[in-house]
Design a protein around this ligand. Sequence first.
Ligand SMILES: [Zn+2]
Length: 410
Amino acid sequence: MCSQVEREARLSHDESMANVSGGGSQTALREQNTAAITAALTSGGPQLQAGLARATGLSRATVSNIVGDEVAAGRFRTEKTMQNGRWGTLVTLADNEQYVIGIDIGRTHIRLTASDAAHRLFGLREIALELGHLPPDTFARARQLVDELVVEAGLAREQISRIGIAVPASINRDGYVVQQTVLDEWSGIDIAALAAEKLQVDVVVDNDANLGAYALAAGNQEGTLVYIKVASGIGAGIAIRDRLYHSMSGLVGEVGHMPVGEGGQTCYCGSRGCLETLASTRSIASAYARILGAPATVEDVAAAVMDGNPAAVRIVTEAGDALGRILASICHLLSPCKIVIGGPLSAAGTVLIDAAVAAVRFRVQPSALKSTVFTSSPLGERTEMVGACLAAHNPPEGAALAYYAPVTDD
Ligand SMILES: [Zn+2]
């Protein structure tokens, strides 16, 4: 609810507007009706819109109008609810505490958390997804997880002001997935609009490596940070000071499709010898599976590396070497202050990053590397999710925003 001072200020503003238009009595009547509804909610607690009409003696249309305005002003909040087999609109006084949620969507997972105005994180939900999951179903499941998190935290849905979403795909400013990605079925879809519709809240959507860089560069006042996410795909996010670098097309940091050398395997993108064919978790897991003669996951490889399995160590070292060849080009181009490497292989200790740094040092002049720090992400597997939260609080320039437009009833 607004304070008395705010209410008076608003009233005098409304009155002055009404005086200009000559509708002073109408405005006063509306204020009176709003006060009656507010009083009913204060004394009676959350109520259905139809019940408020009965309690105040106002018409349902008047109640609906006023509730709509008060929701828009952040003083009331509403939610659809089922009572006696019929859908109704439950109206509650808003306490004006707003929260955001950050969602990290991967090829085989959804992970999300909430964050308060002080940027403190709370609650965590994570589920595995089957390969080839499709956006409508994925966002419907994300909605369920959001609802669980909101209930667990004792919040109301209306207190979630925005949701940030990180996806392993290139997104243009209009919210479309602009090219084939590790989420092949997502190509060409306006996922920002779809997410806003399914999650029923305003959203900001960006590439996961971008949002990882956004999280890691928060508060940076100088220099350039490059975040490399090594997962099913390999992407880079670039932050100059604390601002993300975006292109007009939506494509940026596609290091996974930079060729490591001549020849090599054909990549799903149609090119040959891409970094992803050598260093993605998919290629690493399948190389280890060939040795085992049985299916293997990247977690199996990481565990084998930690056990000192020589074949697993070799596979990850070679992946790190391929990654380092590409990082050398990035160092020549940007001379970043920090290169941060993230993704599930951080569970394999420093083998990947050590091999990558060795390959960089072999190719880049020492003077150019003097000011570059290589590190694994201190936020671990939560890097992209934390970036999604931060984006929800403070959308990066160039990221795709979509607004939820609720359909009013009555
Ligand atoms: Zn490729």
